[in-house]
Design a protein around this ligand. Structure first.
Ligand code: DHK
Length: 203
């Protein structure tokens, strides 16, 4: 499913122009929040787009949990890899994990109007959570869904994802390397959005 198929948030042109402001690649800013003492804008300060990387239940056990399926890398290893690659790509990485559905929803809400994109491995919530689907549908930027294992080679209940319908892309079965692929794709999508004419942000 392409990004253009994602549900609209009802914001119309305003939401799109807001997206154009909030979701660009590293850029020079004139932002009153970054004003100097005399209130003059600080020229030449580069702001990296925020990418929020979210991890669902049991992913805190990565490395020791079913290593034949999920590998030996810990979540701390994945976070370090994401931060390293984020620097290379000019992205400000915010990395979270929770076993609680509401916390993931709250992080998605906090990303609205602020983050350039979301990378999410919803883990078991992938297959159950309409609430996470709805929260993601209200996010304006690109979303990449990641699964460490190849869920399509596993039990049938893992074949359905509530999240895929609002994701720009899905990376499955590439191990923890999938997070890096997702960040590279998000960086590209953010860059494309920032250079697209205002009315074509979702195309
Ligand atoms: C992780 C989980 O915890 C499972 O519940 C999903 C996903 C698959 C993964 O492969 O990363 O079914």
């Amino acid at each position: 499913m392409g990004e253009g198929d994602r549900p609209q948030d009802g914001g119309g042109g305003d939401a799109q122009s807001k997206g154009a402001r909030m979701h660009g690649p590293p850029r020079r800013v004139r932002d009153t929040a970054l004003s100097g003492a005399a209130g003059a804008p600080l020229e030449g300060i580069r702001v990296n787009p925020i990418v929020v990387v979210l991890n669902g239940p049991n992913l805190n056990l990565l490395g020791s949990r079913e290593p034949d399926i999920y590998g030996r890398e810990t979540l701390a290893d994945v976070e370090a890899d994401c931060r390293r690659l984020g620097k290379e790509l000019g992205l400000a990485i915010e990395f979270h994990q929770s076993n609680r559905e509401y916390e993931i929803i709250d992080w998605i809400h906090a990303a609205r109007g602020r983050a350039g994109g979301i990378v999410i491995n919803p883990a078991a919530f992938t297959h159950t959570s309409v609430a996470i689907l709805d929260a993601l549908a209200a996010f304006e930027g690109p979303i990449i869904e990641v699964h460490i294992s190849n869920v399509h080679r596993r039990e049938p209940f893992r074949h359905h994802s509530f999240v895929s319908g609002v994701a720009s892309g899905v990376i499955v079965g590439c191990g923890t390397q999938g997070y890096g692929f997702a960040l590279r794709r998000i960086a590209k999508l953010i860059e494309e959005r920032s250079s697209a004419p205002a009315g074509r942000q979702r195309a």
